[in-house]
Design a protein around this ligand. Sequence first.
Ligand code: UDX
Ligand code: ADP
Length: 463
Amino acid sequence: MSPSTFQKNILCIGAGYVGGPTMAMIAAKCPQYKITVVDINPDRIAAWQTDHLPIYEPGLLEIVKQARGRNLFFSTEINRHIQEADIIFVSVNTPTKTFGEGAGKTADLQYWEKTARDILKASDSDKIIVEKSTLPVRTAAALERILHSNEKGIHFDIISNPEFLAEGTAVNDLLSPDRVLIGSRETEHGLKARQEIVDIYANWVPWERIITSNIWSSELSKLVANAFLAQRISSINSISALCEKTEASVSEVAYAIGQDSRIGSKFLNASVGFGGSCFKKDILNLVYIAESYGLFEVAEYWEQVVRMNEYQEHRFVRTMIAALFNTVSTKRLALFGFAFKADTGDTREAPAIYITRKLVEERAQVVISDPQAIANAKNDLADILSEVSFQQDPYLAAREAHAIAVLTEWNLYKTLDYRRIFQSMLKPAFIFDGRNILDRELLYKIGFNVYSIGRPPLTHFQD
Ligand code: UDX
Ligand code: ADP
């Protein structure tokens, strides 16, 4: 198909974890559309054009390769592509604000606003603008105000189409999503624009899974979905603390309650804590919005989900220090995993960041191992690089260590030769399984003192 015969020109601003995979899937499924992804970061754009994509995501390279050069293009020429586009997806970053009013809670919308102004400046025809990044509810109103301040007579329709993909499973989440949510103004113009976005997804998503709503419901649903998921983890993590005291097993409790179809079995794995770019940020956004409407009880209720997550991380470090005879000073401690979850190199809000910093404060010698996340870990720990070390090979990381802490549920860690690891470690040897992925009975038999989440420890000491 030659470029002039493409049915639609779709642009995505922001080539990150959301924009890149989403556009690759649309391009792979819809050869009749021309998809261009732009970013201000030239290194990112260059990497999308190679076999070393800027993000690690299983199966993504195959999808990108299907469409790249055919109907999927990457570029840094933002203005030119804005001008040519009929539909613009915006997936720039919306981190938590670190300064001024709402610092630590609300989203920092500076990248968003800059993008809106870029769109306004470069446009000379009507366009549909799709909010893909997670945004505080009612951002669309601000966006409309900026875009409609134009004197060129151009009409912009704003659509909210939040992303529900999870890292590590992005390809499958995009290929067969539980639902795609598309919100718009319910005016004649808004409904027409909504239909255009529905038509894109209808190329591969069954109709019944494409949900439409008013724009505010769509914006809010994204925050609420993440808040509910995170709440499940905080709920089971709170119970894990109780299990450690009562000799109940948190996995047995999770299994038993998860069999109730009203509760369901997913997202009930107790862990060292949840991380990732979304959960904390989205909950704090919700909290800020609730506070700004004077709904303080609502704000407090949701804030507790984040507090419980912090408690779980603190508790993990406290357990380590207490088990290691109340001092980790000068002790070599191997961290197995730094990414916030398996199958990603992403470390944003990873519990490992907090845990490393705490252990370094206690003057431990922390050795970090991870199959994909070492480069990001080095950035996260830039200010304390001289006090930590990195070792890709878990066997070498554990050598002469007092303890191992499993912080990411990489499959790799389930299949290591723990006998060999035990022999190479200092004794008594400890293992802290922050993801409950290891066979604790076997490790105990090998000789380890084993600490799991939500189970009393298995130790070779008499208390
Ligand atoms: C999440 C949402 O799932 C996704 O829909 C949204 O679009 C973005 O935010 P993501 O952050 O990629 O996706 O990862 P997710 O799989 O949700 O895991 C988040 C964190 O919770 C991870 O640190 C994970 O290890 C932890 N987790 C998850 C648990 O501790 N226990 C569980 O049972 C599930
Ligand atoms: P997410 O997880 O939401 O996709 P990322 O940080 O991975 O977030 O990606 C956001 C991308 O948006 C980054 O690559 C960043 O360079 C890009 N970006 C930020 N501001 C702009 C802008 N004004 N124009 C184009 N790209 C931008």
